[in-house]
Design a binder for this molecule. Sequence first.
Ligand SMILES: [Zn+2]
Ligand SMILES: [Zn+2]
Length: 299
Amino acid sequence: MPRFVNPFELPGKWYKGNFHAHTRTSDGALWPQEVVQCYREHGFDIIALTDHEHTNDIRGLSDDKTLVINGMEAHPPFPERRGNYHLAVLNLPHSFPISRRSQQDVQSCLDQVARVGGLSILAHPRELSMDISEFGGLKHLPGSEVWTALSEGDGNCGSSEREWAEAMEHGVFLSAIGSDDVHWAPRHGLREAYAGWPWLKMRSLTVANVLKAIRTGACYASAGPTIHDFRVADGKVKLSCSMAAWIDFKAGPDQRRRRVAPAGKTIRSFNIDVPDWPFVRAVVTDAAGKQAWANPLRL
Ligand SMILES: [Zn+2]
Ligand SMILES: [Zn+2]
């Protein structure tokens, strides 16, 4: 069962992050300082730059309110088919050299990142048509994108909830991360910017706290809705959130409870008696179809 904490019961403050962004140092359209400025102006507290197999010089980009993290999108090959993993990697030293071996083997890559204090997130598994057998057994992979705005805009495959949930059913609990995979390239328009993010519950804005929040599940993913509370108390599973069209509690494939708002109205909470499930996770959907995904709670 989950090693996760419940962020809604932790002390601290919610911080908004962007853990997947490209700049002109790979195939993005803006320079690192421009990307940071855009996200800062849109209320993001944490901004990771994750160019393809390339790190950036982030000196001077953080300030009192905005934490900039050096990262990379790494692409070790799939072992059994054509194509590559996409790993959004956080907290790498500048000019981090991906070894030749890591470029050929996904576990070597994850291990190499972990050795230097970095953290890897599985990027857009739905877009890559990934199967649980390709990532369920990997070590040093504590999170997965459940929403990737660029994938939605490019191929209506933004939601990776299915892959994330399937892993859970196999006992693999990955922190839910929302992301933009922003490029600002003309071919994409601007539609992927500010369209998916994680909220992290932390005592203060430091890189160590960001990595800890992802590793322990002290976070949730959103493409719009805000989850105010989600907990098990007094024999109930309880959730409160911003205005929603429906709210789902889920575990396995046949374990699902849904509350739907009456026609033309919205709901802001859902409470049920604790079901006979091993865990419960929540998905909030608003009237525009935007969703938020809470990590599982142990029952
Ligand atoms: Zn990618
Ligand atoms: Zn990317």
